[in-house]
Design a protein around this ligand. Structure first.
Ligand code: SAM
Length: 167
């Protein structure tokens, strides 16, 4: 599924805020451990904006853009960003990553988490990324990439159930 519909987007927001936090912390530490020149940072498939908020805390002088194909996700992102008063640093764009509305070489850094598996034509996405990145730009794309054990699966199912019960 490319665009996430409204109900699922709300459910995803609860999971993102309460359950996926360690992944966002990991990614934030990872991308900021090197001191790169990043004036324009783009997150592809920004979902509900939780990682964008972490990026905004760490990249004070950058322009930060969150792009997502789902109107529901963008709406929730906007709410989360306004709630945390980070709206002056972050722009949100409703757009398809297969056809990104940026000038060539205009983005210094791209990050994307858990989105590649939604992309219908990854080769088109990679061409787009190559076109919009500046000459020393980099794209860091994160996906879950290992099989989990039954024990890990049970533990994460239990956590998800707890979150859903809590809501
Ligand atoms: C599993 S969510 C990941 C959200 C967020 N990056 C995170 O890690 O929590 C995948 C996101 O990719 C978005 N997406 C899927 N296909 C897309 C496309 N073609 N262009 C832009 N965003 C897309 C979905 O709407 C969704 O918000």
């Amino acid at each position: 599924m490319q665009g996430i519909p409204r109900g699922s987007a709300q459910l995803y927001d609860s999971l993102a805020i309460k359950y996926l936090e360690p992944s966002y912390n990991y990614v934030t530490q990872d991308i900021f451990k090197e001191n790169m020149d990043r004036r324009v940072i783009l997150e592809i498939g920004c979902g509900t904006g939780v990682l964008l908020l972490e990026i905004a805390k760490n990249a004070n002088s950058a322009i930060i853009i969150g792009l997502d194909i789902s109107p529901a996700m963008i709406k929730i992102s906007k709410r989360n960003i306004v709630e945390k008063s980070e709206f002056s640093k972050i722009d949100l764009l409703l757009a398809d990553a297969h056809k990104m509305p940026f000038r060539p070489k205009s983005v210094d850094f791209i990050v994307s988490t858990g989105t590649l598996h939604h992309i219908r034509k990854p080769e088109v996405l990679f061409k787009e990324i190559t076109a919009v990145l500046s000459s020393h730009g980099e794209a860091w794309i994160y996906e879950f990439s290992h099989d989990i054990s039954i024990r890990e699966l049970r533990q994460s199912s239990k956590k998800v159930r707890q979150i859903l019960d809590f809501n």
